[in-house]
Design a protein around this ligand. Structure first.
Ligand code: CUA
Length: 155
């Protein structure tokens, strides 16, 4: 089938519009410094095991009685595996990943975020019910994804 002159013109026009569109969103992303959501600190993903506090990820009690819980998410586990806090505790969770993107989800709480290599994500929750909470990876991360979870005990 023969391509008519005006069809070529429209094809060229379409490609030019596509290029203009891609350049526009590319520039907008660059200009706005688009990053993963939340208030974030950067971390070298190749040095997580040497970077405090992620060199010893754990629960810490602050002077005001609130808690900070530092987690490393990596194929296919969370560290720490289990933490225990008293009922009513306000806990700020911090998470990073040295390998791939993982999920960080605690059902029945406000905590639902991503563990992204190169970034520290954080969210806070006040535990107003006793019990065992599961922390689960809800982002497919490989063959052991469905086994990637940890526990939070509220007593
Ligand atoms: Cu980690 Cu899915």
């Amino acid at each position: 089938m023969q391509i008519h002159k005006y069809e070529r013109w429209w094809m060229a026009f379409g490609l030019a519009m596509l290029a203009a569109f891609l350049l526009t969103i590319g520039f907008a992303a660059y200009a706005d410094n688009i990053n993963p959501p939340s208030d974030l600190k950067q971390i070298d993903p190749t040095k997580v095991a040497q970077t405090p506090p992620f060199d010893h990820p754990a629960l810490r009690r602050l002077a005001d009685g609130t808690y900070e819980a530092y987690y490393v998410a990596q194929v296919f586990s969370f560290t720490p595996q289990s933490i225990t806090v008293p009922l009513g505790s306000k806990v700020s969770f911090y998470v990073t990943s040295p390998d791939v993107v993982h999920g960080f989800f605690i059902p029945k709480t406000d905590i639902n975020m991503m563990a992204v290599p190169g970034w520290v994500n954080t969210q806070t929750h006040v535990f107003t019910r006793k019990g065992t909470y599961l922390l689960i990876c809800h982002e497919y991360c490989g063959i052991g994804h469905q086994n990637m979870f940890a526990r939070i005990e509220v007593k």
